[in-house]
Design a protein around this ligand. Structure first.
Ligand code: KIV
Length: 304
């Protein structure tokens, strides 16, 4: 009895160790397919820098997006259009270093894939060659299927992105929810199927009603991620700067703020300003000391 108990506990220990090992191991696209099959939600967050990527990996995120939203969240641009490929590469490189065991998706910025298939493949390849990303994401449905096919044919994992597509928000009449009428929901389903048919491995749905998110998630074989597409998708994405209360300009309806970094940081900075002005910082514990007897010697030298 004692022996079998010991064996049983060893088997359990091994299973637990295996589970812990699995949790630490970088996931692949096959893991995301399995997660969709068994109904386990995929957790997805943007990250633009090394420390945030470290926090995200520590928190157990399944996937990180180095989004061109960094144009607004990091550079203070009014939108994503000005973001360049080089900026994306710098940030993706920092994120990869911060989260070496997390699946990282590089976001193709405006005009890095629209003008030719060669340019699309070359720029997608830069995310893998220069910063070890696991996949790329590009915006658009039916109209970018040639680019999706070409990038997939080059051996790269692709995530499609339909619904509200910020790079072409001018054509959509602004940052507006999509698929709110039966006719536009049907067009979204056509886009989703075209993206899957072109070989994309995952699809991101942005700002569409939950009913449409549910229909597309149940229709597609590939994992469908939501940012403002309701609870029925295979996983959820948030912009980290929204989720931690760092981005102040506006807050989309689909955002939940999990903390208020802007408030915490501003309060800390005000306290710092007050303490410096009042001569309360730095205190002795923040200062280096001279070695014993050196101050007297120093002052004597200076008198000469
Ligand atoms: O750049 C980004 O973070 C994105 C999200 C808005 C989906 O593409």
């Amino acid at each position: 009895m004692g022996g079998s108990k010991r064996i049983f506990s060893t088997v359990n220990d091994n299973a637990q160790e295996e589970e812990e090992e699995m949790a630490k191991r970088k996931k692949s696209v096959l893991d995301f397919y399995e997660m969709k099959k068994r109904g386990e939600k995929i957790t997805f967050l943007t990250a633009y820098d090394f420390p945030t990527a470290q926090f995200a990996e520590e928190a157990g995120l399944d996937m990180l997006l180095v989004g061109d939203s960094l144009g607004m969240c990091v550079y203070g641009y009014p939108g994503t259009v000005p973001v360049t490929m080089d900026q994306m590469i710098y940030h993706a490189d920092a994120v990869r270093r911060g989260a070496p065991n997390t699946f990282v998706v590089g976001d193709m910025p405006f005009m890095s894939y629209q003008s030719s298939l060669e340019k699309a493949v070359e720029n997608a390849g830069r995310f893998l060659k220069e910063c070890d990303c696991d996949a790329i994401k590009l915006e658009g449905g039916v109209r970018v299927t040639p680019q999706i096919k070409a990038i997939v044919d080059a051996g790269i994992v692709v995530m499609g992105h339909i619904g509200l597509t910020p790079q072409s928000s001018g054509q959509l009449g602004g940052h507006k929810a999509q698929g709110r009428t039966a006719e536009s929901a049907k067009l979204l389903v056509e886009d989703a199927l075209a993206v899957q048919e072109a070989g994309a491995h995952m699809l991101l749905l942005e700002a569409v009603p939950p009913e449409v998110g549910k229909y597309i998630t149940e229709t597609l074989e590939i994992p469908v991620l939501s940012i403002g597409a309701g609870p029925y998708c295979d996983g959820q994405l948030l912009i980290v700067s929204d989720a931690i209360g760092q981005f102040q300009a506006f807050t989309p309806k689909f955002v939940k703020k999990y903390c208020n970094v802007a408030e915490v940081v501003t309060t800390a900075m005000k306290e710092y300003v007050e303490e410096v002005k009042a001569g309360e910082f730095p205190k002795a514990e923040h200062c280096y000391t001279m070695l014993p007897g050196e101050e007297e010697k120093f002052l004597a030298i200076m008198k000469k």
